[in-house]
Design a protein around this ligand. Structure first.
Ligand code: 13P
Ligand code: SF4
Length: 332
């Protein structure tokens, strides 16, 4: 089979048709064994991808798995910055992303040159960046964090430490509010989490007064104020398992509800309504680019592969390792 590498440039994935008679899940499992490959999937993937993954988790857990796996190939069912983080941590492994166009609006909201200028305006500031950033932004960062450990990492720093927090202003504002700090915030956001409508959530709550509102800290402040629980995807999932509540309004990407329903089949989960009632905007269009077909082709042909400039990789690795080290100390 001749591989059309123009597909990678133009479409972001190998567009090779698959024989309809094969059982794609069985074939993916065979390829995993043959190639000593591991599939890491984020909670925002479609259910069938989560179900074939070796590890499903939030950004922190997936980074931790990527750092310690013995596999030769890591297939990252997630978005570009996640696969890049895996490659930064495991440079000698082949890291595959089923669709190279699976980007992230939040990571894109911090272009490197503008961020470098911004950083210059705040000398003596430590740079804490959310993991949703490009490798280049990570190379300009002192400590990386995820929504699972942002507060805890920032709490380890002296109270008078000046901090730049990038790129998510909503998470940054939330951390400022719970820590009493005044971190300087980069003005970035995620287009999925910014689209939830507080008015429509409140209407839904009126119709379902017994429902608890769950919100990811990437949501706007107006949504966070009315939430019963705020946390990373893993924290929201844990909350649904660890209490007796039966109904939840979920203000984050829809994929997490797959795990919530699996863990709590008798409970009811309702996606929080978006501002634009005509869109399917609880789905992250980037996360949802991944399909079983693309995963099969990626494993079979070992493409698309993540490649990072070594100078950037070495610089970007330091703040990620710092995050993993602090997280281990804090048992996160
Ligand atoms: P977590 O899974 O770490 O909560 O992150 C959510 C997210 O935005 C991933 O893109
Ligand atoms: Fe990026 Fe938002 Fe999609 Fe997460 S949900 S990958 S932050 S665009």
């Amino acid at each position: 089979m001749l591989i059309n590498t123009d597909d990678l440039k133009n479409k972001g994935f190998l567009d090779i048709p698959i024989d309809k008679n094969i059982n794609i899940i069985e074939e993916i499992n065979k390829l995993k064994i043959q190639k000593n490959a591991v599939i890491l999937a984020h909670f925002y993937q479609i259910g069938e991808i989560q179900d074939i993954a070796d590890f499903v988790g939030d950004s922190l857990k997936l980074a931790q798995e990527a750092a310690k796996t013995n596999a030769d190939i890591i297939l990252f069912a997630g978005v570009h910055f996640m696969a890049e983080t895996a490659k930064i941590l495991s440079p000698n492994k082949k890291v595959l992303l089923p669709d190279l166009f699976a980007g992230c609006s939040l990571a894109d909201s911090a272009p490197a040159q503008e961020f470098a200028k911004f950083k210059k305006q705040y000398p003596n500031h430590l740079v804490i960046s959310y993991v949703n950033t490009t490798a280049t932004i990570k190379s300009m960062t002192d400590i990386i964090c995820t929504s699972s450990n942002a507060k805890e990492i920032i709490d380890t720093l002296p109270k008078d430490q000046k901090i730049i927090f990038a790129p998510d202003k909503n998470l940054g504002n939330y951390i400022n509010s719970v820590t009493g700090r005044e971190m300087v915030l980069w003005n970035g956001a995620c287009h999925v989490h910014e689209q939830f409508s507080v008015e429509r959530i409140l209407e839904l709550k009126k119709q379902n007064p017994d429902a608890k509102i769950l919100a990811h800290p990437e949501c706007e402040k107006t949504v966070l104020i009315i939430a019963d629980h705020i946390g990373s995807t893993s924290s929201l999932l844990k909350y649904t398992k660890q209490n007796e509540y039966q109904k939840f309004i979920v203000a984050t990407e829809s994929g997490i509800m797959h795990q919530m329903r699996k863990a709590n089949p008798q409970k009811i989960f309702i996606g929080a309504p978006p501002k634009d009632s005509t869109c399917a905007c609880n789905d992250c269009n980037f996360m949802k680019l991944n399909t079983l077909q693309k995963i099969y082709n990626a494993l079979k042909y070992e493409l698309p592969e993540i490649i990072i400039d070594e100078e950037i990789r070495v610089k970007a690795e330091k703040p990620i390792l710092k995050m993993l080290e602090i997280s281990e100390q804090l048992k996160l």
